[in-house]
Design a protein around this ligand. Sequence first.
Ligand SMILES: Cc1cc2nc3c(=O)[nH]c(=O)nc-3n(C[C@H](O)[C@H](O)[C@H](O)COP(=O)(O)O)c2cc1C
Length: 186
Amino acid sequence: MRSIVLYYSQSGNTKRVAELLATSMGTMALRYTCPAFDGSPFGGLRQAWSIFSYATPKIILPKEFDGHYDLVVMAGPVWGARPASPLRAILKQKPLLGLKQAIFLTCEGSSARFPGEKALSEACALCAQPPVAAELFKAIDLANDKVGIKVDAFAESLRRATAPDTTAADPTRSTDQTSQASDAAA
Ligand SMILES: Cc1cc2nc3c(=O)[nH]c(=O)nc-3n(C[C@H](O)[C@H](O)[C@H](O)COP(=O)(O)O)c2cc1C
C-alpha cells in the first residue's frame, strides 16, 4: 500500500507527530505550506482574519506529492476550535478528492471553550468521504514520553482500516463460517 502523511505546521507540533507517524507507517511525511501566513508581512493578521471569517487561504502542495496514493493522512493544528484554515483548504484540493483519507489534528487541548474534539469532528465532515481513521493529539500527549505509543496505535488503526478484506477470497474460512452457521441453526 502506498501512503503519505501530508501536514501543515507552524510551531512544530504537527510536524513532530507527522514524522513519528510516517516512521511508524514506513512512509514519508510531506509539509504543505501557506505563503500568505508563513513568514509573510501581515501573515499573523491574515491568519487571524481566516479564523474569524472562515476564509480558506491558498496553499502549496509539496512538489514530491504525486497524487498516486492508496491513503493520504491529512494533518494540521486546531485554531479557534476549528481545523486550521490551511487544513480546511487542503481538504478541498482536487488531487486529493478521490483518495482514501485519514486525519489527525494537534491542539493545546486544555480549554473547554476551544475544544480540539469539535475541530476534529468538523475536519472529518469536510473530508470528501468519511476518513478511515481520525485522531487528536493534545499538548499533554506531546509532553508525555509515551506519545510514540499513541502514534503507533493510530498507525495500527490505519493498517487495519486499509488492509484488504481477505474473508471472501479465503475458501477455508468461508467453509468454517458456513459450518458454524449450520451448527448454530441446529
Ligand atoms: C491562532 C491559534 C489558535 C489556536 N486555537 C486553539 C484552540 O482553539 N484549541 C486548542 O486546543 N488549541 C489551540 N491552539 C493551539 C494549537 O492548536 C497547538 O499548539 C497546535 O499543536 C499547533 O500546531 P503546530 O505546532 O503544528 O503549528 C491555537 C494556536 C494558534 C496559533
